[in-house]
Every structure is written in structure tokens, then in C-alpha cells.
Write a protein of this length. Structure first.
Length: 651
């Protein structure tokens, strides 16, 4: 029952994130007054759709213009918000009934219940007071607060003490709270900017190109005597000042968070806390890129919405980093010293060879090899291949080959940036595994600072390429794929569940969709089939490797399926997924995306895949596992090449 309660808290938190997104979408699409009453819409529980109901609505609200699309946006937001309120009520009832249990806190659910009631009142006043800016900003902050408290509740229910007595991280707890306060102020300024419709009133970077002077006093004007605040009532100067202050404080927020998180990362002992700090830096970088893009491309709806969502993700990531410091268990300092001494004595002597004794050409070649290694060049090349096939299968819109090449290069650079971050976050784990202990960051040939700087450079370059030569949607989707791999999978899922590669595999399966969207500028059903192929291919591919390297993963305490459920169960799952993969691979032929050449080629490849999976099932050893792992790489590469050839021959 307790486990179900934790799961319901997680579900409620995800729903709260959806509600925040829907609220932002409603506000950004100017649908806040789509329904002028509350909680219904023009006197109905749903949006009026019959002519008689619409006529009645027009009579009841003669000053309002009925727009079906805006009304539905507002009501969908209310339906989701109402469901969220009911779930929070249920969480409080359960916590109250189990209040004697030390594992079920009741104060946080009570606070959540009171907050959601007040949030409902703010939602009502937002409509009845015609989008009064102070109420709108309060409503936005209320949504973020509910999301933050649900996250905090879930983290408390899943608290796992970190061994080691990480004094290096604990000393920065106060500074972390400062960072959180600075971020909350920035979110509030963003809400004030949106509530006053100030986004379009400051063009140019880094400062506004408008001739109006900045006025700090006008930023905090409270327009309380006005009938309707839709589209804003403040002066041009006031709204420009609001926007500029938001930018200035964004710079302050960036500097404060970056310095504090980097300090924590460089001084912490626990790999978990280091990962938290890196996650905050990654999300912060994404938020900065989105903020600049929103201004440069004149506030497209999709990017403005992504900017809002990334602010929520940054808040949650910082909360996770702060709460991690409360999960420390003090141990004998002598243990830490002994561990450091052992690590110092076991350093590979070759690693301390003076690099200056090597010729310049050799050093340059070795450095290039290291940068290619942390970029996972071969893996990225495979991802770009699948993106290229997705692009080739998309409807031809007349883009030149040069533009297509730059789009694929942008996807590749952002994928490589995610791989570099993976090397940095997993450096401690890599050093414990025979397969990965010679990686450049784990071995110390490249510092983490250099690796992260490299990731930032190629990431920004890739994002700019996609924004300029592809489209906004491709840039955002690729950015979210980076966050999904570098943050969700590497920093959380990989260490949290044996289903890590199943869930996290979605980020690595996105390139065909990204290639398609880079060509067309919109999503469609067809490329999702290609995503599904890679998504289904990923588990047997990695589980075969995990079977062969079970001892490595066990030593590094990574809950891969063979470690947690045994090799026999893992072999069965590999066979099941190989059969499922064979079925999924037929879908492109069934919907007419490909022809007979692809069907024959895919059937042959999948037959060999299933044969090797059964062979692994009957005689599992390192040879059969690695044989399947190596073939799976060939399988995916050849499969997409055949898909492209089939398409080319049909032209």
C-alpha cells in the first residue's frame, strides 16, 4: 500500500507538470478569457457547441466574443487542474489516515491541500477580475509551488541516505538555498512579464532596441483600477522595463547557479551529488538557449512554452540537488582518507607520464582521439544515419542538400554534447568497470571542466544550426532529447531502476523523427514507427552487453536487469524483445512507407537476430552475449540503409 502511495505521488507530480504546461499554453495563446465565468464556460459545464447554447452564451455575455478554440483551451486546463485537486485531496486523506506511521508525512499533504484550494481561488479571480496581472502572476507561482511541493513529498518518501558524510557538499547547503531564492525571483519576474504582456516590448539582444529609457519604478506598478487587463494596460516604457529587468535578473540567476553548482561539483565526494550539480548546469544551459531563442525569433508559441517548461524543470532539478544534501549519513572521516589514499596508490603509472615529452603531432592526435571518444563518435554516427533516413523518407519540400547536411550536423553535435555529459556524470562509475575504465574522463586524460566546456561549445553550435537552417521544432525536440539522455537517463534512471534502458531508450530513438521534422517542420505518424523500431531494439541490444558484463555493472552498483533479476530472466526478455522487434519492423511495409525490398531485408535481419537471441537463451556465455550485441549494431545500421535503398528505388 505504501509503495502504491509513492507511485500516486509520482503520478500526481507528473499531472502537476502537465497542468503547468497547459496553464502556460492557455496564457501564451491568449485564451485566458476563453471562458468569462468560473468554473463553467458561459454557464455550461463544457464548451457550448449547439447553436442555441452559443446564442444563449452571447446573450449572457454580450461584451465577450465567443471563440470555440480558446474556450476549449481554457476548459481543458480546468479539467486537468480539477483532476489534480482531487488527487491531492486523496493523498491528504491517505496521509491523514496513516498519520501514525513515521514513513507517511502528513504536513506536506496538508500544505498541498491548502495550497490547491487557494490556487483554485486564484484561478477563479484570474477570470472574474479579467486577468489582473497580480492575480495572474500569483496563479503561475501557485502552480509552480504545487509542483515543487509534490516533488519534495516524493523525494522524502524515497529518501535513501548517502553514505560517506559528504562534508564537502553539506557546507554549501546555505548557498544552495540562496540559489533557489534567486531562481524563484526570476520565475516570479517571468510571471510578471507574461501577466503584463511585456514579452514583445523589448527587441534585440542583449539590450532592448527600443528608445524608451529603463525605469525601475515603473516595473512594479500595480494597475488595479481597470476593467479588462487582456493584452496589458501598462505603458510601453513600463513593459519594456519589466522585460529588461527579467533579462538582467536572468544573467544574475545564471551566474549564481553556475558558480554554486560548480563549487558543489568540485568539492563534493558523493557521485550522486556531483550528478545533481551537473544536471542543474545542463538544464540551466538549455534554459539560457531557449530564452535567447525566444527573443531572437520573436516569441514563437512553441519556444515560449518550452521556456516555461524548462523553468519548471530547472526548479525541480535544483530542489532535487538541495534535498540530496539531507540524505547524507556521516561516517568515519578515516574511511574517506583511506579511500583517497588507495585511489592515489592505484593510479596507472602510464597516466602520470609527462605529456610534454611526446611529439606535438602525437599529442594532438591523442587529444583528438580523446575528444572523439567522449563524443561517442561511432554511436553519434549511427544516430545521424537514422536521422538521415528519417529526413529522406519525409515529403520533399525543396530544401537543398547543403541545408539538409547542416541540419543533420546540428543533430549530431547536440547528440555528441549529450554523450560528453554522460562521460562526465558517469566518470566515477566508468572507473570501476573494465569496459570503460580507460575512457578519457574516467582515466583523467581530460578534465571534467574541459569536457563540459567542449559539450557546451558543440551543444550551442548544434542548437544554433538547427534554429537557423532547420526549424524551431527540431531544435526544441533535439534539446529535449539531450536533456532526456543526459539528465533523465544518465543522472536518474540508470541508477534507479532495472528498466532504465527501456524508459531511457526513447531519447536515443528520436533521431529519425528529428530528421523528418527538420525537413517538414511538423510531426507525423510515420516517423514515430522508425522511433518505435529503435526503441524496441535498444533493450535486447544493451541487455546482451549487460549479460556479458554483469560483474562490471554489479561492481559499479548499476541495477541492470541481469544484476537485479538474474541472467536467466534477462535471456528470456532478450528473446521476447527480439520477437517484438521483428513484428515492429514490419509496420513500415504495412503502412506503405516501404516496399518489398525492405520487407525481405528486414525479415532476414530479424530472423538472424531471433536466432542469436535463442542461441543466447540456450547457452549463455560471454561469447554468445557479445555476438548478439555486435550483430545488433549491424542489424540496426543495415536495416535503415535497406529502408533508404528501398525508398530510393521506388522513386
Amino acid at each position: 500500500m505504501y509503495k502504491n502511495y509513492k507511485n500516486w505521488v509520482l503520478v500526481t507530480g507528473l499531472l502537476a507538470l502537465i497542468v503547468v504546461a497547459l496553464g502556460a499554453y492557455t496564457r501564451l495563446s491568449d485564451a485566458g478569457l476563453g471562458c468569462p465565468d468560473w468554473p463553467g464556460c458561459y454557464g455550461f459545464l463544457t464548451v457550448p457547441k449547439h447553436e442555441a447554447d452559443i446564442a444563449q452564451a452571447a446573450q449572457s455575455y454580450p461584451d465577450m466574443m465567443f471563440e470555440t478554440a480558446k474556450a476549449w483551451k481554457e476548459m481543458i486546463h480546468r479539467y486537468f487542474a480539477g483532476t489534480l485537486g482531487l488527487l491531492i485531496l486523496a493523498l491528504f486523506v491517505y496521509a491523514f489516515l496513516k498519520r501514525q506511521s513515521p514513513t507517511t508525512p502528513v504536513k506536506l499533504p496538508l500544505l498541498l491541500l491548502l495550497l490547491v484550494i487557494f490556487q483554485a481561488a486564484l484561478g477563479m479571480w484570474t477570470v472574474t477580475m479579467n486577468l489582473q496581472p497580480l492575480i495572474v502572476m500569483g496563479h503561475l507561482l501557485g502552480g509552480f509551488s504545487i509542483l515543487a511541493l509534490l516533488t519534495l513529498l516524493y523525494l522524502r518518501l524515497n529518501a535513501k541516505p548517502i553514505m560517506g558524510g559528504d562534508a564537502g557538499a553539506r557546507r554549501y547547503f546555505g548557498l544552495s538555498l540562496v540559489a533557489l531564492s534567486v531562481l524563484i525571483i526570476q520565475i516570479a519576474l517571468g510571471g510578471w512579464l507574461a501577466a503584463n504582456y511585456a514579452a514583445p516590448h523589448c527587441n534585440g539582444l542583449p539590450l532592448c532596441s527600443n528608445a524608451q529609457p529603463f525605469s525601475l519604478s515603473s516595473v512594479f506598478q500595480l494597475p488595479l483600477e481597470h476593467g479588462n487587463y487582456e493584452f496589458g494596460v501598462l505603458s510601453q516604457q513600463a513593459r519594456m522595463s519589466i522585460h529588461l529587468l527579467h533579462r538582467i535578473w536572468a544573467l544574475v540567476t545564471c551566474i549564481v547557479l553556475a558558480l554554486i553548482m560548480w563549487r558543489i561539483y568540485s568539492r563534493a565526494y558523493s557521485q550522486k551529488i556531483k550528478s545533481c550539480a551537473v544536471s542543474v548546469l545542463v538544464v540551466l544551459f538549455c534554459q539560457i538557449a531557449l530564452g535567447l531563442a525566444v527573443v531572437h525569433w520573436h516569441i514563437p508559441l512553441s519556444m515560449a512554452l518550452a521556456h516555461n517548461l524548462m523553468a519548471a524543470i530547472l526548479l525541480l532539478t535544483l530542489i532535487y540537488a538541495i534535498t540530496s544534501k539531507h540524505k547524507l549519513k556521516s561516517t568515519n572521516l578515516k574511511l574517506q582518507i583511506e579511500r583517497s589514499v588507495v585511489m592515489a596508490l592505484t593510479i596507472d603509472k602510464k597516466a602520470i607520464q609527462p605529456i610534454n615529452t611526446l611529439p606535438l603531432i602525437t599529442r594532438s592526435y591523442n587529444l583528438l582521439q580523446d575528444y572523439l571518444a567522449i563524443s561517442k563518435f561511432k554511436v553519434v554516427a549511427m544516430l545521424v544515419l537514422t536521422a538521415w533516413v528519417g529526413l529522406a523518407l519525409a515529403p520533399d519540400v525543396g530544401r537543398g542538400m547543403g541545408v539538409q547536411f547542416i541540419s543533420l550536423l546540428g543533430i549530431g553535435l547536440l547528440s555528441a554534447a549529450a554523450a560528453v555529459i554522460n562521460h562526465v556524470v558517469d566518470s566515477e562509475i566508468d572507473s570501476k568497470m573494465a569496459r570503460t575504465r580507460h575512457r578519457p574522463v574516467a582515466k583523467g586524460r581530460l578534465s571534467k571542466a574541459h569536457a563540459l566546456s567542449f559539450a557546451a561549445i558543440i551543444g550551442v553550435a548544434g542548437f544554433i544550426m538547427l534554429m537557423l537552417w532547420a526549424n524551431t521544432l527540431t531544435a526544441i525536440l533535439t534539446l529535449f532529447a539531450l536533456v532526456g539522455y543526459a539528465f533523465v537517463y544518465t543522472s536518474f534512471l540508470k541508477r534507479a531502476t532495472p528498466q532504465n534502458i527501456v524508459i531511457g531508450g526513447l531519447a536515443g530513438a528520436m533521431p529519425p523523427l528529428l530528421g523528418w521534422v527538420s525537413e517538414t517542420g511538423q510531426m507525423a505518424a510515420a516517423p514515430w514507427l522508425l522511433v518505435m523500431i529503435i526503441f524496441t531494439w535498444t533493450p535486447p541490444h544493451f541487455w546482451a552487453l549487460a549479460i556479458a558484463r554483469k560483474s562490471d555493472y554489479a561492481r559499479a552498483k548499476i541495477p541492470m536487469l541481469p544484476v537485479t533479476h538474474g541472467i536467466d530472466f534477462s535471456k528470456t526478455c532478450v528473446v521476447a524483445y527480439s520477437v517484438l522487434l521483428a513484428i515492429v519492423c514490419i509496420f513500415p511495409y504495412l503502412i506503405g512507407m516501404s516496399g518489398l525490398i525492405y520487407l525481405i531485408g528486414a525479415s532476414g535481419l530479424n530472423a538472424v537476430f531471433i536466432y542469436k537471441a535463442i542461441k543466447l537463451k540456450l547457452a549463455a556465455n560471454d561469447d554468445t552475449a557479445m555476438d548478439l550485441f555486435r550483430f545488433s549494431i549491424i542489424h540496426l545500421m543495415v536495416l535503415f540503409i535497406i529502408l533508404f535503398i528501398d525508398k530510393w528505388l521506388l522513386l
